[in-house]
Design a protein around this ligand. Structure first.
Ligand SMILES: Cc1cc2nc3c(=O)[nH]c(=O)nc-3n(C[C@H](O)[C@H](O)[C@H](O)COP(=O)(O)OP(=O)(O)OC[C@H]3O[C@@H](n4cnc5c(N)ncnc54)[C@H](O)[C@@H]3O)c2cc1C
Length: 306
């Protein structure tokens, strides 16, 4: 219930204005986000890499409404990839991209051309791209774009959301040689017709999907902070005889950092999802929705501005 309310607020421009200008927002944003500029992301990537962690960088922004904005996002990623390459931070750092930031909502062809340019630059820089998963109305389009990109850039990664009823079948399609698949629980507000609503049902679906990916021939990316699912991931790696270079764990910047280090020190590849940019509102609201304990922050922000 609380999660739904926060996710609904993530779509409200009025709440956005209140939260963005509240002083308390700054401290929570700092926890989850590298900073506003590419240089901030580069600096944080250097620090994470020095700790033995891999990184995937997200330039914040989604639901772009015009071609100029979509092209500016594309150009920012291209600039970022050049900078990562020059700083010798590839291949340890790759990028995560939301197709909605590249124009998917109003022009799928434009979004494809934009993401294709990013993939070409990533390939030149010696790294790769993962396509984030957004709300369920975009899943078919995103997987279609992924299929076309993989013809040219086979290491392009997908994200599948265990809360969607369709995902076990999508895992079967994508658990193939060379296919990089990030499995997460899912962060959007979705109707019961397409998504499991209860935590236990989502967790069970996650384990079924994980079994499919870990028993297949692709490269699973286990994106969760859930201790039980991390332990099941470790167990399945042993069961299916996957060495540490045949799968990886992924976690969000600012969430369970000590566990990220523990897993890396145990010899696993651990990749940190590191966002930067000024458009942090929707991203931060999804993080708040994941953890009811964070909601006090939102209440304080609204009270101080209302
Ligand atoms: C690398 C990565 C990429 C992702 N990409 C996508 C994507 O493309 N599309 C998408 O829909 N979702 C994405 N997500 C988000 C994901 O779907 C979940 O919403 C999120 O990971 C929380 O689920 P969980 O598996 O950690 O389990 P939960 O049961 O939510 O959390 C388990 C434990 O982790 C800790 N924790 C989790 N979240 C937080 C938080 N925000 N603040 C503080 N502690 C927390 C708490 O201790 C909690 O008890 C991504 C997640 C990761 C890690």
């Amino acid at each position: 219930m609380l999660r739904s309310v926060i996710l609904a607020a993530a779509r409200s421009h009025r709440v956005e204005r209140l939260v963005e200008t509240a002083p308390v927002s700054r401290s929570i944003v700092r926890r989850f986000i590298a900073g506003e500029h590419a240089e901030d992301a580069l600096q944080r990537t250097r620090e994470l890499a020095a700790d033995g962690l891999a990184v995937t960088i997200d330039y914040l922004g989604e639901d772009t409404t015009n071609p100029e904005q979509a092209e500016a996002t594309r150009d920012e990623y291209i600039k970022l990839l050049d900078a990562l390459h020059a700083a010798e931070l590839t291949p340890a750092a790759e990028v995560s991209v939301k197709l909605s930031a590249l124009g998917q909502v109003f022009d799928e062809k434009l979004a494809y051309e934009n993401v294709r340019a990013i993939c070409a630059k990533a390939s030149e820089a010696g790294t790769t791209v993962t396509l984030d998963a957004e709300d369920h109305t975009t899943t078919d389009s995103t997987l279609d774009v992924l299929g076309r990109l993989r013809g040219e850039f086979p290491t392009t990664g997908a994200v599948l959301q265990a809360y969607l009823r369709r995902t076990e079948a999508d895992c079967r399609e994508l658990a193939v040689e060379g296919s990089r698949v990030r499995l997460c629980k899912g962060a959007y507000r979705e109707p019961e017709s397409v998504a499991y609503q209860g935590r236990l049902d989502v967790d069970k679906s996650y384990v079924r999907c994980l079994n499919v990916l870990m028993s297949g021939t692709g490269y699973p990316m286990i994106a969760t902070h859930d201790p039980r699912l991390v332990a099941i991931g470790e167990d399945r790696a042993k069961w299916f005889e996957r060495s540490p270079d045949e799968f990886e764990f992924q976690m969000l910047h600012g969430v369970r950092p000590e566990e990220q280090l523990r897993l890396a020190q145990a010899g696993y590849t651990v990749r940190v999802y590191l966002p930067y940019g000024t458009q942090w509102y929707a991203y931060m609201m999804r993080r708040l929705a994941e953890r009811p304990a964070n909601v006090g922050f939102l209440a304080r922000a609204l009270r101080s501005r209302a």
